[in-house]
Design a protein around this ligand. Structure first.
Ligand SMILES: CC(C)(COP(=O)(O)OP(=O)(O)OC[C@H]1O[C@@H](n2cnc3c(N)ncnc32)[C@H](O)[C@@H]1OP(=O)(O)O)[C@@H](O)C(=O)NCCC(=O)NCCS
Length: 178
């Protein structure tokens, strides 16, 4: 396979509409089924709105990272949020469904971990995954994350223009020492 050429940088407010489209296409709905892992059978909503993306981009103790390919298309993104002096939160992780399973996610995740260490001196990364997504959890375990006993509630009351398709959802929390 040809080496992946990615340009990764911190998002600016002007990136928000493209980030929004990317995240929506990757997480839920029919477009997400082109990827190898999706929430389409768990939640039928829009995942996030423009205001929500802008808030993450403008977050003083956080960053949205965006990855562009050699043609200039935005093909991946993620967010990192400094939770305290040691722990960062990783989320909003999306790769264009048509470009998945080619190593792009692996590069973006590694870059986010580097960013958290270098920018804020963090020593641990935390993330939340819907508990049923075992294939995705296995992916993170292969990246060095560990399961914890910690759970977080699923935001049934604040979904964006839609509804959950199951009533037993919650997030499992994974952690990794950086
Ligand atoms: C999660 C996501 C960002 C990963 O991006 P990606 O570019 O596909 O990731 P990579 O190419 O680095 O890795 C793909 C992995 O999937 C594995 N994989 C491919 N097809 C698979 C399948 N059908 N079942 C299980 N694993 C599969 C590959 O083996 C590879 O893992 P490995 O590198 O450990 O061998 C991307 O799938 C995505 O956007 N998903 C939808 C949004 C989402 O769920 N985000 C995370 C929320 S916590």
């Amino acid at each position: 396979m040809a080496p992946i050429s990615l340009s990764i940088r911190k998002a600016v407010p002007e990136d928000a509409p493209t980030v929004l489209a990317l995240v929506r296409s990757a997480y839920r709905g029919e477009s997400s089924r082109a990827g190898w892992t999706t929430e389409a059978d768990l939640v039928d909503d829009q995942r996030i709105d423009l205001e929500g993306v802008l808030a993450k981009i403008n977050e003083p103790f956080g960053a949205v990272l965006v990855a562009h390919d050699a043609t200039g298309d935005m093909i991946a993104c993620c967010e990192i949020l400094k939770q305290n002096d040691t722990v960062g939160y990783f989320g909003l992780f999306a790769v264009n469904p048509l470009r998945q399973a080619g190593g792009i996610g692996r590069i973006v995740l590694a870059r986010a971990e580097e960013y958290a260490k270098q920018t804020w001196g963090l020593s641990e990364m935390e993330m939340s995954v819907i508990w049923t997504r075992e294939e995705l959890i296995q992916y993170y375990l292969r990246r060095g994350y560990q399961r914890t006993e910690k759970k977080k509630p699923f935001p049934y009351d604040s979904l964006v223009s839609g509804k959950a398709l199951r009533d037993d959802l919650y997030f499992s929390v994974l952690v990794k020492a950086l």
